[in-house]
Design a protein around this ligand. Structure first.
Ligand SMILES: [Zn+2]
Length: 198
């Protein structure tokens, strides 16, 4: 047989732009963390830190030690253990057990879907990672130490502020409990919001 030209971007004799796009584009791998890390239910400021944490790129002292001598490689949150991402996050996220690798897998499973409690989980998870890292940095660079309650208050404040902006929060016992936990007014978020501009 002689060679023939064949248009891969053709469908039923017609050239389609979508087909052309699919032929020429480079396909990236869809990473399983994407739906959690880039969720709109996460505070923007927290997103970047969560992304770094998922990629293991936070500059924890074990990573710094690889290229620089530092006098103290211990964790500033508890002093006594070498600081690594695994130690810092696995110790900080007490609601999920295991290593940071284990927690990442569980967190991805728990963030499937868009129900209210799932969205709250995404927001909470990112806020905890962010504030643990923020507290670590405050202690390293600012030499200010705040206690657990203080850090937790910041987490509740941030999550509550975001949750209050969500529309269509369903009514239910589970939702009531979650609102209570995050200091969100249940009646306010479950009622239909109609803003009137005067
Ligand atoms: Zn520690």
């Amino acid at each position: 047989m002689t060679d023939v030209h064949l248009w891969k971007a053709e469908e039923n004799g017609k050239i389609k732009s979508i087909a052309i796009w699919n032929v020429i584009r480079e396909r990236g791998q869809i990473v399983s963390r994407a739906s959690l890390v880039w969720s709109s239910k996460i505070i923007l400021r927290h997103q970047f830190i969560l992304w770094l944490a998922f990629r293991g790129r936070l500059s924890t002292r074990d990573r710094i030690l690889a290229y620089m001598d530092i006098p103290d490689a211990n964790c500033v949150l508890c002093s006594g253990f070498a600081e690594s991402i695994d130690h810092l996050l696995a110790m900080g996220i007490v609601s999920l057990s295991g290593s940071w690798e284990d927690i990442k897998v569980v967190a991805q499973v728990l963030s499937k879907g868009s129900k209210f409690h799932v969205n709250v989980f995404k927001c909470e998870f990112a806020a905890i990672v962010y504030h643990l890292w923020a507290e670590r940095n405050t202690r390293v660079f600012g030499r200010v130490r705040r206690n657990v309650d203080h850090v937790w208050n910041d987490i509740v404040f941030d999550c509550g502020a975001l949750i209050r902006t969500w529309r269509w929060v369903p009514k239910g016992e589970r939702e009531w409990v979650l609102c209570h936990e995050w200091k969100v007014n249940y009646d306010e978020v479950t009622s239909f919001k109609c803003f009137k501009v005067n």
